[in-house]
Design a protein around this ligand. Sequence first.
Ligand code: FAD
Length: 470
Amino acid sequence: MTTKCKVLVVGGGPGGYVAAIRAGQLGLDTIIVEADRCGGTCLIRGCIPSKALIHAAGRFEALNSHARKPRMGISLAAAPTLDVAELIAWKEGVVDRLNQGVEGLLKRAKVRIVGGWASFSDAKTCTVETGEGEQTIRAEHVILATGSVATELPGLPFGGPVISSTEALSPTRLPARLVIVGAGYIGLELGIAYRKLGCEVSFVEALPRILPLFDRELTRPVEQWLKRHGVAVHLATRAKRLTETDDGHALEITDAEGARQRLPADQVLVTVGRRANRDGWGLENMAVDLDGPFVRVDDQCRTSMKNVWAIGDLIGEPMLAHKATFQGEMVAEIIAGHRRRFDPRAIPAVCFTEPEVVGVGLTPDEAKAQGIDTVVGRFPFAANGRALAMEAGGEGGFVRATARRDNHLLLGVHAVGAHISELAGELSLALEMGARLEDLFGTIHAHPTLGETLPEAALSALGHAIHIAN
Ligand code: FAD
């Protein structure tokens, strides 16, 4: 049986499901095919479960710290205990609720959901193995949103003690010793959570620094947290192979000088990046051009094949949920006849590490590399009342605003500190709206909030911050 539709979306992640909902809202006859549960990597095994785990780990650590040493007059007679099965059940509850919400929204938008793996025979036709048998779907427009999968290391294939972020988000019990290969944001977020839950954690990173997408000034507070909490970080070091030992396993590592070392490990979490999910669904039958490992698109997410669109992780960096979501909504509107285009100038990036790191736009070094003369202002959380009242002032956190020297146009804002992920929206809005430093301090910010650091950073760039000596 062949089903026809106007719009076929393949992949129910934050790119695909949003594209489908918007297409449905716009009255386009839409089908979405998803092999797993709607929500994709982000909702089922990425952003949401990791943030739930990070939150629970933070709570556990805070209770532990009060048990170790009374503070603010709060003490605990005994250290808290952890029931891993209960923790994972709670996290799954959060995921389930959102998954059901997404499916409900799709149905309300009159989108037909087909469960199964889509395989394309040509650019507009796919077959899906569903629970009720094979279904063929032909569409006028196809939106490819198949996302990405974790990258494996040749010497450390996933399986047994070698796990990906997916398994790390659903442990049955916690490893006493966890070695993480790759100190990007996924590895660091999970590693810090595992450390807070009581595991011994160490990192092996091939580059000479952690979080390479952020500059050293921003990553220093994270490095200090790792040091203070006994997390070893082996930089410029490569993981080679895992061998068995009497009491578990050992990961063989080699540093830049060729010196070898064996790190005892109960589990090895490999977080060395993600690759576009291009294989096993007939992309080669669609006559779509590639751009290296990704599907090539223009600034409206059109592929080289007429009426075939691609969005999200499948088309490249930054591999972030909010980028996929924006593109999904945009493509549905373009199909419906609206004028839209994708301008990646103000995509925020957040690391939910300890402390958190957030950035949008150019760093001072990036601006310099483009030959732009800048002014840069910084404001420390240690001088912000709300940060101190929330114990968030002592970690070396700060906000940094980078603007053009000639007209004070904001080029980038970056911050590191506890809870600053919630500032990401304001930072992006400022850049998206073409704010100048004067707009930042010309906006009255509520007191006492962490957001007050932003106008102060702008004032500091002009040499007259109020609450610090310039
Ligand atoms: P995906 O979410 O990967 O969805 C693709 C979907 O397509 C999947 O559900 C898959 O089952 C389905 N699919 C693929 N092929 C087929 C087929 N042939 N037939 C049927 N279905 C198919 N991003 C952030 O912005 N913030 C974060 O805090 C964050 N944290 C993360 C934490 C972790 C541990 C991980 C792994 C990722 C995280 N990300 C985060 C990245 C984010 O999850 C991705 O950028 C985002 O999910 C990409 O969305 P997408 O729609 O392109 O694809």
